[in-house]
Design a protein around this ligand. Sequence first.
Ligand code: PEP
Ligand code: MG
Length: 588
Amino acid sequence: MPVDARFDPAATNGESADGQPSESRETAAPAGGATLQGIGVVAGIAASPALWARPRPQLPTDGPEVPEADRAEQKQQFDTAAATVSGRLQGRAEKAEGHAAEVLEATASLVTDKGWRRAVNKHVEAGVNAVVATVRATDTFVAKFEKIGGLMAERTTDLKDIRDRVVAELRGEPEPGVPSPDEPVILLADDLAPADTAGLDPEFVRGIATQLGGKTSHTAIIARQFGIPCVVGVGAALEGVEDGALILLDGERGEIETTPDPAKAKERADESAQMQAKIRAWSGPAVTADGTRVQLLANVQDGAGARAAAGTGLPEGVGLFRTELCFLSAQSEPSVETQAGIYREVFEAFPEQKVVVRTLDAGSDKPLAFATMPDEPNPSLGVRGVRIAFEQPGVLERQLDAVAVAAKGTGAEPWVMAPMIATVDEAKWYGEMCRDRGLIPGVMIEVPSAALMGDELLEHVEFFSIGTNDLTQYAMAADRMASQLSELTDPWQPAVLKLIKMAADAGQRAGKPVGVCGEAAADPLLACVLVGLGVTSLSAAAPALAAVGVQLGQATDDQIARAAQAAVTAPTGQAAQDAAFDILKGGK
Ligand code: PEP
Ligand code: MG
């Protein structure tokens, strides 16, 4: 059982720091245990005995008054304890690598933070002992950070962590926190502090589950770096899991199964470990099991992102450069020269390769100060994407000029596409503007009307790129930001797949490429279905590409075609997903 004195079950009611609900959700599991629901932050499956992080020290908030003559010695004891804790963390930082080392160093320096130490000394001067002074000073900072909320509130875990370490040191107790197991375990905790997670040994810590935390918590960041399957924000129900109990953790679905069938759990964990190893080793290019090539491209938002994506060696170019994200803080329209400088960085990251630039998709969920209509009653159905060009003449033309200037001399192929195209006239007008500048024109398929009019649109442009995020939103009339509508905003919805197929069929008839650049392309199973529907390239954030590449490599062309056919004719999104899973993975 957890004996963590810091954990207050009341704290799990309501929202976690990233706005996700953190109340425990528990459903019955087939094996007689329960399935606890949290937030999956690192994919992968682990099945091992649970092991709780070591108890934190009891924290007194009061104690007998320390005589004035002894206060200097209390200060000295605090200084010594803080120096010891800081030194220990620093030592671990030197042995660690990458982000883990940075986190340990940052925590070590927190122990020597002047503001915190001054606050502790003040309490000692007022007559309390070093332990109580440490607790009181930390409480003040924690209360302040929690009031600010958001990321600052998440950082209170770090503060509480150094408090506990210093208190344990002052009392001569062993260091609290993560144990060092010598056999595989799934580590359970209320929340892990950076210093805890940075010292993890992934050989033995096969999974991590925490009661608290969100997608941006340190637990999530470090688990991601180590590639340890991780579920955070499980809530108070996690407390019911005993040390040593076998549990199955699914980091993709964000689930913890208690008392699973041991043989089945082991089988799932072994399969997942093999898959993870393949994903880490995958180096492209993407081909199906029958050798059919599928072009994998990267979604980027600036030069730095493009260089990072190119550095992985996986993408064959850029499939979506979201230019509007470069100007989120710009108060006025950037000059052609400024824009060209930014775009050139992306072209230079992929010399001689395909780079698909999307013209400004301002408005709705991506407002730009210089290109968004104020006070629209319904912005997602309003003047957004290419429609801005009709309200603010010149903005689009100048952007295309900048793209043409940027591409010159880089050797990159400048493909440019407009978001939110809805009519044939828009495609014709856009295509002409691009050709006048020597750019290869295409349109995004995000509005259902564009998919329905695919043949006619392709008379005027050279390619399609399907934005499944918006296509789903508009096909299902469900706001993509509304988490309570997640069943409708699911690109597995057969209605969405039918529209994708219409666009892909039009591409095949015209002999022109049709890619997907929405989040659907990052889902390995759905990516196979998209290819089966006739899509010729997939574009996603670079870290997602290897998993897609591995899944494609395991599927024959026949399986891909059958999975696509089954999904597009399924009655529901869930049925489409299940049917594709059965065909591509050979049953659950
Ligand atoms: C999409 O809608 O799928 C897309 C790729 O565009 P964005 O997510 O930037 O709106
Ligand atoms: Mg979109």
